[in-house]
Design a protein around this ligand. Structure first.
Ligand SMILES: *Cc1c(COP(=O)(O)O)cnc(C)c1O
Length: 721
């Protein structure tokens, strides 16, 4: 099994490896590999959205024939293929083998509802997805024996379109399966592999696609297939569907179907890592397989727990799925007998003692059925111990067995290539290999201010030009109300202090906090000598009307002539726009309501590229802020309510005032304290501290090593038993 089918790309023999390269996302975190594709044809590369599979499918065969005779191209090609071969096809990172165990002894399967790997694979909604994508890439780099599993969403998340009155419309943008770096998994008769989700009636089937992420295979399930009736076909249509029953069916397919897919393919996986509660039903399948007349549920659960890792990612109550008991009954009444359980004991697995009638809580269920549990920052670990204390009533809160592993970002993915060249020059060409040694980063101090500023300024120009070109395209194509185009950044000025805010428009993120005192903000942005501009981007979940209202407020501010075009809202936040923004703005703004930002990762991406954070004390910033590498404001303590309520308003007013104070008294004066070269040395100091503090600590390298040492290594003991 595991034959793969993909569209054939006909390349001349001499460069035939280019197809293998295109179908492995490894190219996405190796700038020289991306350059190889770009070099074939710059325009096609751009048109394809930096997607080599799409590009090679459409390219004139003559281009490839010529490349196969061009000595410069061949030189580049040979170098890349050699690197690809030695780091993916034959060899690769040995850290796991050298520090944990023989990879064969500990295959790990990682379940996640979303993966953010690249703009060409729209299988993500936000941070959870990028965390998962960065995780897989780092596992490849470090040589972890890990397999990922998730969903192929043929309609992606949503394509955002703003109407003239600032209301978000969402369009579907069906995925072109043939133009993506995905391959269909075939069975041994050469037909698409078809897997039935066990026990669930009426039956649901999935087909399977594979994405190669360096050395790590990622399998994605697709329900949009002929074998399914129409309702079932739509199960994987969108991420996080709003309909509760369809949502339950998604999670059944993800967890139970996912396990079945792995079994069918003969992939053994003694360790299970659940990224959030969505795939937690996978645990049931493990128990079901372990239950037998001689091994009852309680014993089977005990075995399974020891090799299950559960990572919770939210402290927002709405971020946890709770399914009504009637719905659970509808789908699981034929399932619980297979576990040797009755209705009460089965439903009890997901019952939250603090709210027993609410329904089957996926986080509660996952916490009860895993021995290794963690939040995603130190602060989030504390928050999680507080929220879930009632599950361990006999323990004091600080002994609740939920630890923490702070999130990190995949450095090769998020470092901007020009910045990377600068680091090569001052940190040494092999700095990526030494990235988790703090010593490596000390050399950032040796970069002359002017050189760092020039690189940053170039990236800022690139961002602003990009935004203007998008606005121009929209102007030509959609003929919108001129005010809509003006709201999208045509008045941006590369010399103004530029603040970036790009996130999902979930209300707890408080995108409109900075608009709290409109008059004060007008004075700040319109200061003739020290102007400030703010670039916003982000999508609201299609079912989240309060989130859409916040977005509307921001969009209307961007349209407001009194702001002079210094506030911009850029449509369609995706991986590509995220890259431009975290590289190109001067300051990264983060204003969530504590304690709801479990970690946050976009601020880490910004920091790595020398863009300091201005953040409330929550999530990773509590660990990240050191007094020199950016700014903190506002109360760290929980309080207020996201998006409303009197105490919420009071809290917002206070936090906003603290934010304006920081800007007016510290940040703006420092940014504009420029010397004869047009550079603020004080600002450069903060930029450098941002890089030095983020590089070694908030990387996926540090994070994956921590998961491996703290959790996977312990699972090994349970596997051995
Ligand atoms: C990094 C990233 C996120 C997550 O950002 P947060 O700081 O966690 O809100 C969301 N979307 C995109 C496109 C990203 O690149």
């Amino acid at each position: 099994m595991d034959g793969l089918k993909r569209l054939p790309i006909e390349a001349p023999e001499r460069i035939s490896g280019i197809t293998r390269l295109a179908f492995n996302m490894w190219w996405s975190w190796h700038p020289e590999a991306r350059m190889l594709f770009k070099r074939l044809n710059r325009a096609e590369w751009k048109v394809s959205g930096h997607n080599p599979v799409k590009m090679l499918n459409g390219i004139d065969k003559k281009v490839l024939d010529e490349a196969a005779k061009d000595p410069d191209f061949l030189d580049h090609y040979d170098r890349i293929m050699e690197q690809f071969h030695s780091s993916v096809e034959n060899g690769g990172g040995k850290w796991f083998e050298q520090n944990i165990c023989e990879p064969e002894a500990l295959p790990i399967v990682f379940f996640s509802a979303e993966y953010g790997l690249h703009r060409s694979l729209p299988f993500y909604a936000g941070g959870l997805g990028f965390l998962a994508g960065d995780f897989l890439k780092e596992c490849s780099d470090l040589g972890l024996p890990l397999t990922g599993i998730g969903f192929m969403y043929p309609d992606g998340y949503l394509r955002q379109k703003m109407s003239a009155n600032g209301w978000q419309e969402s369009l579907d943008e069906p995925l072109d399966r043939a133009g993506a770096a995905i391959s269909r998994v075939m069975d041994n008769k050469g037909k698409p592999l078809l897997v039935k989700v066990p026990v669930i009636e009426p039956p649901i089937y999935v087909e399977v696609w594979k994405i190669e992420v360096g050395k790590v295979p990622l399998y994605l399930m697709d329900t949009d297939i002929e074998a399914n009736d129409p309702w079932n076909r739509k199960i994987s249509a969108h991420l996080y569907t709003g309909n509760i029953e369809q949502r339950l069916r998604q999670e059944i397919v993800l967890g139970i179907g996912g396990r079945a897919v792995l079994d069918t393919m003969g992939l053994k996986h003694p360790v299970l890592h659940l990224n959030e509660g969505h795939p937690a039903f996978a645990i049931l399948e493990r128990i079901r397989e372990a239950v037998s007349p001689g091994n009852r549920f309680a014993d089977a659960l005990q075995n399974v727990k020891g090799t299950t890792v559960f990572t919770t990612h939210t402290s927002v109550p709405a971020g946890t799925d709770v399914f009504p008991f009637e719905l659970m009954e509808k789908y699981f009444s034929s399932y619980w007998p297979a576990l040797g359980l009755d209705r009460e004991s089965f439903l009890g697995l997901g019952m939250n003692p603090a709210d027993p009638r609410a329904g089957f809580n996926m986080t509660v269920f996952a916490l009860k059925c895993s021995s290794h549990r963690n939040g995603v920052s130190k602060r989030h670990g504390e928050a999680a111990r507080h929220i879930w204390h009632s599950l361990w009533p006999g323990k004091p809160e600080n002994e609740v067995p939920i630890g923490s592993v702070t999130n990190g970002i995949h450095v090769p993915t998020w470092i901007e290539p020009k910045m990377e060249l600068l680091f090569n020059k001052y940190l040494g060409a092999d700095w990526l290999h030494r990235q988790d040694d703090p010593e490596t980063w000390e050399m950032i101090r040796a970069i002359p201010d002017k050189e760092l500023w020039n690189t940053h300024y170039w990236l800022k120009l690139k961002l602003i030009m990009r935004i203007m070109e998008r606005a121009r395209d929209k102007w030509i194509e959609d003929r919108p109300d001129p005010q809509v185009v003006l709201a999208e950044g045509v008045f941006l000025n590369p010399n103004a202090l530029t603040i970036g805010f790009a996130r999902r428009f979930a209300t707890y993120k408080r995108a409109s906090l900075i608009l709290n005192d409109i008059e004060r903000l007008k004075r700040i942005v319109n200061n003739q000598w020290m102007p400030v501009q703010i670039i916003f981007a982000g999508k609201a979940h299609p079912a989240d009307d309060p989130g859409k209202h916040v977005l509307q407020q921001v969009f209307n501010a961007a349209k407001e002539p009194d702001f002079g075009g210094r506030i911009a809202f850029v449509e369609e936040y995706d991986e590509q726009l995220a890259q431009y923004m975290v590289h190109g703005v001067d300051l990264w703004l983060n204003t969530p309501l504590p304690p709801f930002e479990a970690s946050g990762t976009s601020g880490m991406k910004a920091s790595l590229n020398g863009v300091p954070n201005l953040s409330i004390m929550d999530g990773w910033w509590i660990e990240g802020y050191n007094g020199k590498n950016g700014w903190a404001f506002g109360e760290k303590e929980a309080g207020g309510t996201a998006g409303g309520g009197k105490s919420g308003q009071q809290r917002d007013t206070e936090d906003a005032a603290a934010l304006y104070d920081r800007l007016e008294n510290e940040i703006i004066p420092l940014f504009y304290k420029i010397n004869g070269d047009g550079i603020s040395n004080g600002w450069m100091q903060v930029m450098k501290e941002a890089i030095i503090s983020a590089g070694p600590r908030f990387s996926a390298r540090r994070m994956v090593k921590e998961y491996a040492s703290s959790y996977y290594a312990k699972c090994l003991l349970a596997v051995a038993r």
